[in-house]
Design a protein around this ligand. Structure first.
Ligand code: ADP
Length: 582
């Protein structure tokens, strides 16, 4: 329906008049080319429209058509394995049809309309009462993912029919009698991306997202449904870390949202990510992944929409009762898109030209993470964990985007390039990183890992902090001037760094460490420390320490499969006897 007329075009911003009927965040189609745009400001009958496609050649006088709908995504079978752009156009399908460059105004539905899916009804019977979130049936979407078809939000009634069989996403799979008539339910839902999807209630984030990465799990854990932030200076190992997390974290579904700085970078991600092996299933990771990506030939504005598109898709899988991990890389690009639009709207700039509402937007985004009781009568739980990467210019952490992010996320993994130069991987600085979930997770660790896990963690971190101070002193007076106890602290810290924190993502055993094995490793290092302290009191000389064969055994633990690690008692016995022998 024709609605208004363009009066001004400024890059991705189009201003149109005659827009009295428009609502904020309505999607409009701009000009006869039907470019996709979103209303982001209304003043009188004038609307400012953020256009998600190249606006070159547009000019005043051209029409703007309303759709009367907010920017929404399609949700249903077919999401997994898809690669979408910021407004959910299926890039893999478009590439096949029109090649690398997306012609303007292309209209390809996000979910395939032809493909038939085998819908397996749940145990619901005719006459059963259903409400939003109840499971109508399932579709085996990929070898790894069972897609649950839920009663959509807002629909309540009595089952009249559920039809098993092969259906497209638009065909009816169930009929539900509601107070206002019979509703035909299919497998396709639409949801406005800027609106959080409903759940019953949030629950305390007191279970860790287990990643098998020792520095993360043991020292700076993130909760399931939690939020984390990671900066990634070039060459710091961010990609390797992201891949390791995606492969190993105990989330069933991965949503990867990428905005690359340079064109190639995103293309690399799009090529590499789908090819990653999925160690849990022996299959490819793409079979439980949805990707949202902005390649360089897309206008900046599309980046702004992309993280909302991604998180809405992630929420949809959370609603099925899955643990979902969303990785957004990099949210700095998203904030920059916001800055650009804000500049063109001539809003009052805040710090570094970012709009004053940047912190609010960042908070609203991360607040959509969480562990929840889903809608639906089976009281299932779902979790959406968000790991946001930031890329401040020059690695400067006082950057407004970093600061706005750190105010809302609970975990900070301080990835630093100097550690990478020293080949300390993952290059996460143990002194400046933090996790605010520690108190929440303590009970879990006590129950599932060990009674003394929390104390061990504290002890190990303390030794690493002491190392930093002692190194300063040693620089002034020389290592030899330190007491044996202090030299032992330095020695143990080195062991913690090299034998525990160093983790080779490419070694078949070292790439993943269970909590049980992490506990054994940490305990062995700390036991060695404690026994050595005693031995020094009994007069052991410092230089003897390095020659103890058990040290080598501790260092090799990370390469030994969990089931082959000798039991503690034997290792502990060895530590004790070798100390006494000396
Ligand atoms: P970035 O994406 O930050 O530019 P990469 O993730 O590509 O950097 O990492 C650069 C290189 O660092 C990798 O090619 C690899 O050699 C090394 N590296 C990073 N992390 C690890 C790790 N956990 N184990 C072993 N090598 C690593």
């Amino acid at each position: 329906m024709e609605q208004g007329t363009i009066i001004k075009v400024s890059g991705p911003l189009v201003v149109a008049e005659g827009m009295n009927e428009a609502k904020m965040y309505d999607v409009v189609r701009v000009s006869e080319k039907k470019l996709i745009g979103e209303v982001i400001e209304l003043r009188g009958d004038q609307a400012s429209i953020q256009v998600y496609e190249e606006t070159g050649g547009l000019g005043p006088g051209e029409p703007v058509f309303s759709t009367g709908e907010p920017l929404s995504v399609e949700l249903g079978p077919g999401l997994i394995r898809s690669i979408y752009d910021g407004i959910q156009r299926p890039l893999n399908v478009i590439w096949e049809q029109v090649g690398d460059y997306i012609t303007r105004g292309v209209d390809v539905p996000a979910l395939d309309r032809e493909k038939k899916w085998a819908f397996q009804p749940s145990s619901l019977k005719v006459g059963d009462e259903v409400s939003p979130g109840d499971i109508l049936g399932t579709v085996q979407e990929t070898p790894t993912v069972v897609h649950k078809i839920l009663v959509p939000p807002g629909l309540q009634g009595v089952v009249e029919e559920i039809k098993g069989g092969e259906w497209t996403v638009e065909e009816t799979v169930a009929r539900i009698k509601t107070a206002s008539g019979v509703e035909e339910v299919n497998m396709l839902q639409r949801w406005p991306v800027r609106k959080e999807r409903p759940y019953r209630e949030k629950i305390s984030p007191d279970v860790p997202l287990i990643t098998g990465q020792r520095v993360v799990d043991a020292f700076f854990p993130v909760a399931k449904g939690g939020t984390a932030c990671v900066p990634g200076p070039f060459g710091s190992g961010k990609t390797v870390l992201q891949h390791a997390l995606a492969k190993w974290c105990d989330a069933e579904i991965i949503v990867y949202c990428g905005c690359g700085e340079r064109g190639n970078e995103m293309t690399d991600v799009l090529m590499e990510f789908p090819e990653l092996d999925d160690p849990r299933t022996g299959d490819k990771l793409i079979n439980r992944t949805v990707m949202v990506a902005n390649t360089s030939n897309m206008p900046v504005a599309a980046r702004e929409a992309s993280i909302y598109t991604a998180i809405t898709i992630a929420e949809y899988f959370r609603d099925m009762g899955y643990s979902v991990a969303l990785m957004a890389d990099s949210t700095s690009r998203w904030a920059e898109a916001m800055r650009e639009m804000s500049g063109r709207l001539e809003e009052m700039p805040g710090e570094e030209g970012y709009p004053a509402y940047l912190p609010t937007r960042a908070a609203q985004f991360y607040e959509r993470a969480g562990r929840v009781k889903c809608l639906g009568s089976d009281s299932r739980e779902g979790a959406l964990s968000v790991i946001g990467a930031v890329s401040p210019p020059g690695g400067d952490l006082s950057d407004p985007v970093v600061q706005a992010t750190l105010k809302v996320v609970q975990v900070f993994w301080s990835l630093e390039d100097w550690l990478a130069y020293e080949r300390h991987f993952p290059a996460i600085n143990w002194l400046s990183s933090y996790s605010l979930y520690i108190d929440n997770l303590e009970e879990y660790f006590r129950r599932e890992v060990a009674e003394d896990w929390a104390d061990m963690r504290k002890g190990a971190l303390k030794i690493l902090q002491q190392e930093a101070e002692l190194k300063e002193i040693a620089r002034l007076v020389g290592v030899d001037a330190l007491s044996p106890q202090d030299r032992l602290t330095l020695d143990t810290a080195k062991s913690l760094r090299e034998d525990f924190l160093h983790q080779n993502a490419f070694h078949e055993v070292d790439t993943y460490t269970s909590f049980a094995k992490q506990y054994r490793m940490l305990r062995a290092i700390l036991l060695f420390h404690n026994q050595a302290q005693k031995a020094f009191q009994d007069g052991m000389e410092f230089k003897k320490l390095a020659s103890l064969p058990v040290k080598e055994e501790i260092a090799r633990m990370k390469y030994i499969p969990e089931d082959k690690i000798q039991t503690f008692d034997r290792l502990e016995e060895k530590i004790k006897t070798q100390m006494m022998d000396n």
